[in-house]
Design a protein. Structure first.
Lengths: 400, 120
């Protein structure tokens, strides 16, 4: 089934020579998702929640079903899924509303050295606002987190621990459960940046017992412009709304307003209805293929890629051991700038990402200006990787 | 797009005017936040004429070639002439097609030069 997966993606029919290795930036959309969104606009389009006519009621039903589908996908309750614009907005939502949950005497925020700017800058700003200390769990020479140091860093003063589930630079699958357990022992709130995760590994929020988790639809074969925030209901109920306006109110006078329950409390204004429908369709798409099958395919391809890259001279890999890599691989070539590599690869119809990948502090730590990054998805094949290797050798020829 | 002409590649391996000046009269450093290119330009100006120009830093072949060619052009220009150098002048020096994504790379040295001259 994986063999014919590429044919589900119109982008490859329209760009037959394209070798797309940048799914960590955004994934591609299968025709099923595109059709569901177009169908909404063409046949089902109406605003939700308060229309008394059939079209609106049906749209409302579809939106609610999308929330259910998403909840099932990560094993949460329905009313614990909030629709947002993307992972970044989800994290900003918590950072802006979390104050009441932070216990007195706690004034440290713990992140990791491998965080994306979207899971660093909001916390940095929160720390500045309240005079908190911002600390980071260091990375090891194997591009994993240093769990021994993490044990030392998580203490009674730690208010919250936020970390990326899968690194967007190294592909490292972090031991989320271990970090969450350490955090819970010290009464710290946990937030998982799962932006890179749902297309690669099974997320089970009850099993993880995380307080909050965020991801975007567009990295999961879903549409751009929608993401989710998961939060435990008893915590979300304690947070004030993030945005105010229509759709989240109970009663409004000129002087004051009361607000409705979670999750709608956090969904002010008209939401991205086709986005939610597209996300649900993407989840169905993944479930039909089977996450286990996706994992197997990507594991095999990751191994293949790492082995092939090791054959190239003067190439430095920034990857944990293959079984810990979710299919995101960073590398550099000696004396050739990542930009120039990406440029020549583009001439060969290969799309990779080059730069700091929204991890400037991490690049400074590694003492490099940036890396080239390949990221794998279900439609990638060994042939794609073979062409990549050929093109990298060409790059080295040009700069010989 | 064939950006990697012999000239560009040669300049990448054998840059012109790369190094540090002992007592520059003008200096500026800029970086391209999108990708990690960094350029420092140092000048020695006497009687409004640029006597010496050097650059240092790291970056992609385009940004480095641009810095080489620009610093070469600066020698014996007046500061006025140097200030009037614009985007097109850089593109003419490079003499290769530059895609929109790489324009910032090509123009980083010009940006840095403007920073150095602006201090008058």
């Amino acid at each position: 089934m994986i063999q014919n997966i590429k044919s589900n993606f119109p982008i490859f029919t329209n760009n037959p020579d394209l070798i797309y290795l940048d799914s960590a930036a955004t994934s591609q959309r299968p025709k099923q998702v595109i059709k569901a969104i177009t169908k909404f606009y063409e046949k089902e389009n109406a605003n939700i929640h308060r229309g008394i006519y059939s079209l609106s009621e049906e749209a409302t039903q579809k939106y609610n079903q999308a929330r259910k589908t998403t909840a099932n996908f990560i094993n949460s309750n329905e009313n614990e899924i909030i629709f947002t614009k993307n992972t970044t907005e989800s994290i900003n939502l918590i950072a802006n509303t979390i104050q009441p949950l932070i216990k007195k005497g706690k004034d440290e925020i713990l992140l990791t050295e491998m965080e994306h700017h979207s899971n660093l800058v909001p916390w940095q700003q929160l720390a500045r606002k309240h005079n908190f200390k911002l600390k980071s769990i260091p990375i090891t020479e194997n591009y994993e987190l240093d769990y021994e140091k993490a044990k030392e860093l998580i203490n009674e003063k730690t208010a919250l621990v936020s970390f990326t589930y899968i690194s967007n630079v190294f592909g490292t699958i972090n031991n989320a459960k271990q970090l969450i357990n350490l955090a819970k022992e010290k009464g710290a709130i946990t937030i998982i940046d799962a932006a890179q995760s749902p297309s690669h590994i099974k997320i089970d929020v009850k099993d993880l017992d995380t307080d909050f988790l965020a991801f975007s639809a567009h990295k999961l074969y879903g549409p751009l412009g929608i993401g989710i925030l998961y939060g435990k209901k008893q915590l979300l109920d304690q947070l004030a709304p993030f945005q105010f306006g229509g759709g989240m109110i109970n009663k409004v006078t000129y002087e004051d307003s009361t607000f409705i329950e979670t999750p709608e409390k956090f969904e002010a204004g008209t939401q991205n209805i086709p986005g939610a429908i597209g996300l649900a369709k993407a989840i169905n798409f993944i479930q039909e293929i089977g996450l286990e099958n996706i994992k197997d395919h990507e594991n095999e391809l990751t191994n293949y890629t790492l082995n092939k890259l090791k054959e190239i001279e003067n190439l430095t890999l920034y990857s944990p051991s293959p079984e810990k890599n979710a299919g995101v691989i960073s590398f550099t070539l000696k004396n050739i700038h990542p930009h120039d590599i990406a440029e020549i690869l583009n001439d060969n119809n290969i799309a990779i990402r080059a730069g700091h990948h929204c991890c400037m502090p991490l690049m400074n730590l590694l003492n490099i200006p940036g890396t080239c990054r390949i990221s794998l998805a279900i439609f990638n094949t060994k042939e794609d990787i073979d062409k990549l290797i050929e093109a990298l050798k060409k790059v080295q020829e040009v700069f010989r | 797009m064939n950006m990697y002409t012999e000239i560009i590649l040669d300049l990448y391996k054998n840059p012109l005017n790369k190094g540090q000046l002992e007592n520059p009269t003008h200096e500026s450093e800029r970086n391209n936040p999108l990708c990690g290119d960094e350029i420092k330009i140092q000048l020695i100006v006497e009687n409004n004429k640029i006597k010496e120009a050097k650059f240092s830093g790291q970056g992609c072949a385009i940004s480095q070639a641009s810095a080489s060619l620009l610093t070469d052009k600066l020698k014996n220009l007046t500061t006025q002439e140097a200030k009037s150098l614009n985007q097109q002048a850089i593109l003419d020096l490079l003499h290769i097609p530059i895609s929109p994504g790489r324009l910032k790379c090509a123009l980083l040295s010009l940006d840095t030069l403007k920073g150095a001259l602006g201090k008058e």
